[in-house]
Design a protein around this ligand. Structure first.
Ligand SMILES: Nc1ncnc2c1ncn2[C@@H]1O[C@H](COP(=O)(O)OP(=O)(O)OP(=O)(O)O)[C@@H](O)[C@H]1O
Length: 521
């Protein structure tokens, strides 16, 4: 089967499957022609192969038969061999970086003691500035390259390796073996035990547990993406905490990508880039949050690219998070984006009601608060945006209860969160969006629901669908239904189209902004 035919199958599957499923399972497959003309699909690892085999293979077969017109088309799923070139960028071996530390011997997944790191200077992460060791105080600090100056604007001003967020009391694990001290910055309360499993996150959780079981194995890097406050950071820390539990000497470093940028800028200014490299390359696991902040920072991307390659080669685990699918991160080099997908990419979706209830109960239990079932249900039903907001609302209720001495009941929650709930109730409805969009474009609401496909109707309809996706909690099928009984794939297509046009077409961008402002005012 030719690549073009497989591309055709992919297009058809993309239309059919929700974006998350398509991106996670189907997009990473690469086609090869096997013996007797059989189509062989290569999965990046066993996990993906098994998942696709269990859930999608029969539909894939049907699509292949439809596209090739051959009803006996044979499709086989296999795991790509490392270095087969099927899933890797062909340029990978050539791009392998020069290592700045001795190559660690092949490691047991859970080593009794970490591999030695030779000749690294003593390094105190709390010291300010960071990479000054070995340089006389009077020595002028020369930036090695000019670009990072630009990046300084983005870098947070606090000292490097300081706790990253006042939200958490972070655990600092310092490892002095080999002369390099590592500070993990892990939040001890972000564990697998405290993470509530639901349909929306079960895949990401399963993948994270596999990584904790076998760090540096085939799911390297583990790339977790999803909207704000859905538990990406929590899961990433949970892997780190689990690794530490199994091997207290493991060198796990968690940091936000802005911190990586800030450290690199400082290192360059202090002419201490080698210390920087040594530090980040001598970890057992590197956990970098919100990788989308690398966008537009070319020098940091370059440095990260080399760190990434070195860690991967050394079998050290990497976990990355982002608010979007790797290929959709604008401003990040293609070679990095493609590397992000080398291991396993998993999404976290907003939790459904049952999971939200379970999360509220869990958080209440952790806070040692008695929360009746109906009160937990009420809260979970009202706060739907994300887990962080849900947790924030619960904290407010708890604080109020402490302050007033009241028991937490549903009426008490209603009273405590009066303002927040009033806002929720004002939430935009699809009806409202349709009315406002129709008014704006001077067409009728019935046009939006009609079958008419002229540009003057179809475009406003796509805008309205996209706004419905953004501003309401309705699912794609529900939105499709509200627009004259359309299919969810039409809504998906509309959202993609509008996203694309907002980047390329000033009129649409302005229209969308105006409508957003109007609807959320
Ligand atoms: N499934 C879950 N079980 C328990 N707690 C959860 C779950 N999902 C999220 N949380 C909690 O929600 C809060 C926000 O989660 P987290 O910081 O991991 O989100 P995030 O996806 O990394 O968001 P951002 O993109 O804004 O960084 C945390 O306190 C976390 O413990």
């Amino acid at each position: 089967m030719s690549t073009e035919l497989w591309e055709q199958c992919l297009r058809s599957l993309q239309e059919e499957f929700p974006a998350q499923q398509y991106n996670t399972w189907i997009r990473p497959l690469r086609a090869e022609t096997g013996s007797e003309g059989r189509l062989v699909l290569l999965a990046p690892n066993r996990f993906v192969r098994d998942w696709v085999n269990d859930r999608f293979i029969s539909r894939i077969r049907q699509v292949v038969c439809e596209v090739t017109g051959d009803i006996s088309a044979d499709v086989r799923l296999e795991v790509a061999q490392h270095g087969s070139g099927a899933l890797r960028s062909p340029a990978r071996p050539a791009m392998a970086p020069l290592r700045s530390r001795p190559v660690a011997p092949p490691r047991d997944p859970r080593p009794a003691s970490p591999p030695p790191v030779a000749q690294a200077p003593a390094y105190d992460p709390a010291a300010q500035p960071v990479y000054q060791e070995g340089y006389a105080a009077s020595e002028p600090a020369q930036p090695a390259v000019p670009e990072p100056q630009l990046e300084l604007d983005m870098a947070p001003p606090e000292p490097a390796f300081a706790p990253l967020s006042p939200r958490h009391e972070r655990q600092k694990v310092v490892d002095v073996e080999g002369g390099v001290k590592h500070q993990s910055n892990l939040n001890p309360s972000f564990t697998f035990e405290s993470f509530v499993q639901g349909k929306s996150n079960q895949l990401a959780l399963a993948a994270a547990q596999q990584v904790a079981d076998n760090p540096g194995g085939s799911y390297n890097p583990l790339f977790i993406y999803g909207g704000v406050g859905l538990g990406k950071t929590h899961l990433m820390h949970a892997v780190g905490m689990e690794m530490l539990k199994r091997n207290p000497n493991a060198r796990i470093v968690y940091l936000h990508s802005e911190r990586f940028v800030a450290d690199m800028v400082k290192a360059l200014q202090l002419n201490a880039i080698n210390d920087f490299k040594r530090y980040y390359r001598s970890v057992d696991a590197l956990l970098i949050d919100d990788i989308q902040f690398f966008a537009g920072k070319e020098r940091s991307q370059e440095e990260f690219f080399h760190t990434f390659n070195a860690l991967l080669e050394g079998g050290q685990q990497m976990i990355l998070t982002s608010d979007r699918y790797p290929k959709e991160i604008n401003g990040v080099e293609e070679r990095l984006k493609s590397r992000f997908g080398w291991g396993l990419t998993v999404a976290i979706e907003p939790p459904e009601l049952e999971t939200r209830v379970a999360i509220v109960m869990k958080k209440a239990e952790e806070a040692k608060i008695v929360l009746p079932d109906d009160a937990a249900f009420f809260l979970a039903q009202k706060i739907r945006s994300n887990v962080r907001e849900l947790e924030g609302a619960l904290k407010r209720v708890i604080a109020n209860a402490h302050f007033t001495g009241n028991a937490i009941t549903t009426p008490f929650i209603k009273e405590s969160l009066k303002d927040l709930l009033a806002l929720q109730d004002k939430q935009v409805s699809i009806d409202n969006i349709q009315r406002v969009v129709a008014d704006y474009y001077k067409i009728k609401v019935s046009d939006l629901l009609s079958k008419r496909r002229s540009r003057s109707i179809a475009r406003p309809r796509q805008v309205a669908m996209s706004l419905s996706k953004e501003l309401t909690n309705h699912s794609l099928p529900e939105i499709g239904n509200a627009f004259g009984g359309r299919d969810h794939t039409t809504v998906l297509h509309a959202c993609r189209k509008i996203k694309e046009l907002r980047e390329s077409d000033t009129d649409i961008r302005e229209d969308y902004q105006n409508l957003l402002r109007h609807l959320t005012a």
